[in-house]
Design a protein around this ligand. Structure first.
Ligand SMILES: [Zn+2]
Length: 226
């Protein structure tokens, strides 16, 4: 087996693992959400199948498509949100993984029009960064995929109005953790709103966290789990 095949198997296993973690943490429900990874050095993308619960996927359920979403390999139908993933890979050569979820608290903010943009939590500032917002467009459409890709040029985390979240990463672990931390941050923000209003960090501190600590945070999180 060559190294490309080995890498593909590793990615398939990791997509199954990340999908299960999304389901186990309540970041997706039913067959909602989807996960993908680009096979390094290729135009090929591995995606989760349509209509199956993320908590119980098998390695053989993962589907391979090209960057236009055409089926290369797999017995099931690729997620109906495949264009959202492939359009992101077309505009972000540094991104090798995309996680789309419906985390209840982040999505609650996205459904109420209340902004998630409030620098209160250093982990979110360092690991997730600024959060882009995509207007409501019917799920699974090309139009949504194009709008998502436009915003993905500037952000590693997006909130889709009345829909959910998307996080990008240089690895599946990083893309997954960004979703997890984004949802944690949304919970913290919600609690701080309930307790009388969040007290944002100063602009200088935000800059400091983004600059100095970002790399340290990333290394700490990514190294221990890759
Ligand atoms: Zn969705």
């Amino acid at each position: 087996m060559n190294s490309k095949d080995e890498e593909e198997i590793r990615l398939r296993k990791k997509i199954v693992e990340v999908s299960r973690r999304l389901y186990d943490r309540g970041l997706v429900a039913g067959a909602g959400g989807n996960v993908s990874a680009r096979i390094p050095g290729t135009q090929e993308v591995l995606v989760t199948p349509s209509g199956l619960c993320k908590g119980h996927l098998k390695v053989s359920d993962i589907i391979k498509v090209d960057l236009d979403g055409n089926l290369i390999e797999g017995n099931l139908k690729p997620t109906s949100e495949t264009p959202m993933h492939t359009e992101i890979y077309k505009v972000r050569s540094d991104v090798t993984a995309v996680v789309h979820a419906h985390p209840p608290v982040s999505t609650g903010f996205a459904c109420s029009g209340v902004s998630l943009d409030c620098p209160i939590f250093p982990d979110a500032i360092a690991m997730v960064g600024d959060i882009g917002k995509v207007e409501y467009i019917t799920p699974t459409t090309r139009e949504l995929a194009k709008k998502v890709a436009e915003q993905a040029k500037k952000y590693d985390a997006l909130v889709l109005t009345n829909h959910g979240t998307i996080t990008l990463g240089a690895s599946l672990e990083q893309a997954y953790q960004r979703t997890e931390i984004l949802e944690d941050y949304a919970k913290i923000l919600l609690v701080s709103i309930l307790l009388g209003g969040p007290k944002p960090l100063s602009e200088d501190e935000v800059k400091r966290i983004k600059g100095l600590k970002a790399e340290k945070y990333r290394l700490k999180y990514i190294k221990q789990v890759e």
